[in-house]
Design a protein around this ligand. Structure first.
Ligand code: NDP
Length: 401
């Protein structure tokens, strides 16, 4: 391994990952930041150059174009490509990794532009080809998916013989002061929360209307919040990889203002992914909406409060029932002071760096396409404590009914 990492994308998450790679120069000796808009890559480089011994390069790339990505990989020769562009680019970047025999890491599953399904099938279809090429694709190395899968694997390894129930709780207690804004890419975020809810129970998926199931939970560091059941992509892989699982659900907090705005935008058609004609041009309403909403990368200085994301896991060990809650609390302003971003980008960018690091170091070393819970969780858990996302455990948590 050469210590070279190609980072594709220069948005909120990539900004944090780049900062973290530059704090970790021993592993990340040289990085290339490449994105559609090169000036954003250059701005990141200018922030960090001189403050790190990591050598930083930048380039323009359209990651939808496989040949462009291949040319870039061949010129830089990285050990790993860290894909922090959008889910639409996953397959073209995976193709380029295959062509150049380069490891691949991302934080979100592939999405075709015209559907919003959050399914791994397109990426899992690459399993044999990655295996034959002798390279690793690590899928979903953000927080959720990402750390939540590592939490489950860690629980399975250390505390359970069998896991029966998992509730993933994603609480953002942050306030950015806007009536409506999304904490990461607006298009992806809105597609996710306006989709139908879904959870896995007794061997099958149970579908709900969007936001149909609501509970309350008292989060450490944040307080009492409304949580809503959503479908989230890690449910698909965890339902397969955690043997014996009877039910797995995902809940996220939303404030009333966010939900009221979202409902209104939905009602007037602004969240649609169907193209419409506007003044002679075809536009996609949700893309236009994303263009007028605040840039998530600009929320950092305005966001106060904490996130608390974790998993409540129930099962048995030595024939005795066990309940285990593992979670991370992250403070928006602390993140901003450290890397100039709010906690949502931070909690995604740090695990992205850690996933790339473990592959570059050869600690996670197997050929094929894998979700994060399929690797040994221990080195990742240790790295979370070291690189800014310390976790806490509790064996007597309040449950979600
Ligand atoms: P942003 O919109 O802030 O950034 C996306 C970046 O990708 C931009 O720099 C954009 O370029 C670039 N990009 C888009 N299309 C292309 C292309 N065709 N070629 C090259 N570059 C391209 O998104 P975020 O940083 O908020 O999110 C990044 C990823 O992280 C997303 O996939 C998101 O789903 C995922 N995510 C995962 C989470 C997790 O916990 N697992 C949580 C949050 C996000 P330009 O600047 O020109 O627009």
């Amino acid at each position: 391994m050469t210590g070279k990492c190609l980072i594709i994308g220069a948005g909120g998450v990539a900004g944090v990952a780049v900062h973290k790679c530059c704090q970790n120069s021993e592993v990340f000796k040289e990085i290339m930041i490449a994105s559609r808009t090169k000036s954003k890559c250059d701005a990141l480089k200018n922030q960090l150059q001189g403050k790190t011994s990591t050598i930083i390069h930048t380039a323009q790339v359209d990651a939808d174009n496989v040949d462009e990505v291949i040319t870039l990989i061949n010129s830089f020769k990285p050990d790993v490509v860290l894909n922090l562009a959008l889910p639409y680019q996953d397959l073209s970047i995976m193709e380029a990794c295959l062509a150049t025999k380069t490891h691949y890491v991302d934080t979100a599953n592939y999405e075709p532009l015209d559907t919003a399904k959050f399914e791994y099938k397109w990426q899992w279809a690459y399993r044999e080809r990655f295996k034959e090429a002798g390279i690793t694709a690590l899928l979903g190395s953000g927080f959720d998916p990402g750390v939540t899968g590592v939490f489950c694997a860690y629980a399975m390894k250390h505390y359970f013989d069998e896991i029966h129930y998992i509730d993933i709780l994603d609480c953002n207690g942050g306030d950015h002061g806007y009536p409506f804004a999304t904490n990461f890419n607006p298009e992806i975020n809105i597609r996710e929360v306006s989709a139908k809810g879904k959870y896995w129970e007794n061997g099958k998926w149970v579908e709900t209307e969007p936001m149909e199931i609501k509970r309350e939970y008292d989060f450490e560091g944040v307080g009492m919040k409304d949580i809503y059941l959503l479908y989230h992509e890690e449910l698909e892989s965890l339902a397969q990889n955690i043997k014996g699982i009877k039910r797995i659900r995902f809940f996220m907090t939303f404030g009333q203002s966010y939900l009221t705005h979202l409902k209104c935008l939905e009602n007037v058609g602004m969240t649609s992914i169907e193209p419409v004609m506007f003044q002679g041009n075809e536009i996609v309403p949700i893309q236009f909406l994303a263009a007028v909403l605040p840039d998530p990368a600009s929320l950092g200085p305005r966001t106060h409060g904490k996130t608390n994301i974790g998993c409540i896991i129930q099962g048995v060990k030595d024939n005795k029932p066990v309940t285990y809650y593992v979670y991370n609390i992250c403070d928006h302003q602390e993140c901003y002071k450290e890397v100039g971003s709010q906690a949502i980008s931070y909690t995604t960018g740090v695990p992205a760096m850690i996933g790339a690091m473990l592959i570059m170091q050869g600690v996670w070393d197997k050929a094929g396409v894998f979700n994060i819970e399929e690797f040994d969780p221990d080195p990742f858990m240790e790295a979370l404590n070291k690189w800014g996302l310390p976790w806490q455990e509790c064996f007597d948590p309040k449950l979600v009914d």
